[in-house]
Design a protein around this ligand. Structure first.
Ligand code: GDP
Length: 265
């Protein structure tokens, strides 16, 4: 197994000084301070769990003998998908957006979980199912790109339309470059199917605070003007620095019904 990286656990984050701690746990709120006075900040703090909720969510992502976290199976077709027995979330995004890095970060407290990556060109792209104890499943959808083959589009579409236990789709967007043409195609598909989703901005350690804030405001505006099904709060993450990962674990636990007392206001 791998060793957990630093800051993978909340207990490590809590040892940091206050400002650094906020930046790691609530990266969006950290940015909020740099807004012009009078800016409406409602969209910066819709989901704002307390420490207890963050800790309870973390416990779900920490495996032990009574709580196994396992890779279950891969599927290329819906009839190969495991039975829809548990609440489910799925992660989609362009190839190279940082999806496998993020899933690895989410599962870093379960080092035995193997995140399979099939990146070799021509290699069959599959949906990978992970089971988190008896609580929920997480699906790593194949990365899409400008050369996404038709069978891949059909697989993703079939999954999104047919999977009745799907509670939320996490659409990963590169935080450095923002929404690209293929991301807009994904948004249109999610909007057309009318399924709830949330945007996650990746690799936020790679950009400056100013440029990141500009991207956040741009994408917030896009979400407000053009979407129905997208959660208005963006989630910002860095899989390298671990920022936003604890909050994302908490949101996954919340949308799968595993944190009954946390409100997403
Ligand atoms: P995927 O194709 O979406 O699974 O993308 P990967 O997780 O393989 O990431 C693509 C590239 O971006 C790799 O070189 C990663 O090391 C890098 N990367 C992923 N996440 C981050 C991040 O949070 N910060 C930085 N700086 N690099 C990242």
């Amino acid at each position: 197994g791998r060793a957990s990286p630093p800051l993978a656990a909340l207990s490590q984050v809590l040892r940091l000084e206050r400002s650094r701690r906020t930046a790691i746990v609530f990266p969006l709120q950290k940015l909020e301070r740099y807004l012009a006075p009078g800016t409406d900040t409602a969209r910066f703090r819709l989901f704002q769990p307390g420490l207890t909720a963050l800790q309870r969510a973390e416990a779900l992502f920490r495996s032990d003998r009574g709580h196994p976290i396992d890779y279950v199976s891969s599927a290329v077709r819906m009839d190969h998908a495991p039975p829809p027995a548990l609440p489910e979330v799925c992660f989609i995004g362009r190839s190279n957006v940082g999806k496998s890095s993020l899933i690895r970060a989410l599962f870093s407290l379960a080092p035995e979980v193997e995140i399979r990556v099939s990146k070799t060109p021509g290699h069959t792209k599959k949906m990978n199912f992970f089971k988190v104890g008896k609580y929920f499943t997480l699906v790593d959808m194949p990365g899409y790109g400008y050369r996404a083959p038709q069978d891949f589009v059909e697989m993703v579409e079939a999954y999104l339309q047919e999977r009745h236990n799907l509670k939320r789709t996490f659409l990963l967007v590169d935080g450095v470059v923002g929404l690209q043409k293929t991301d807009h195609i994904a948004v249109e598909m999610l909007e057309e199917f009318g399924i709830p989703y949330v945007m996650v901005l990746t690799k936020i350690d790679r950009t400056s605070r100013g440029l990141l804030l500009k991207k956040v405001l741009e994408i917030q505006e896009f979400v407000k003007e053009n979407t129905q099904g997208c959660f208005p709060q963006l989630f910002l993450v860095s899989s390298v620095e671990f920022s936003g990962v604890h909050l994302l674990r908490c949101f996954v636990a919340h949308v799968t019904g595993n944190l009954p007392n946390v409100e997403a206001r």
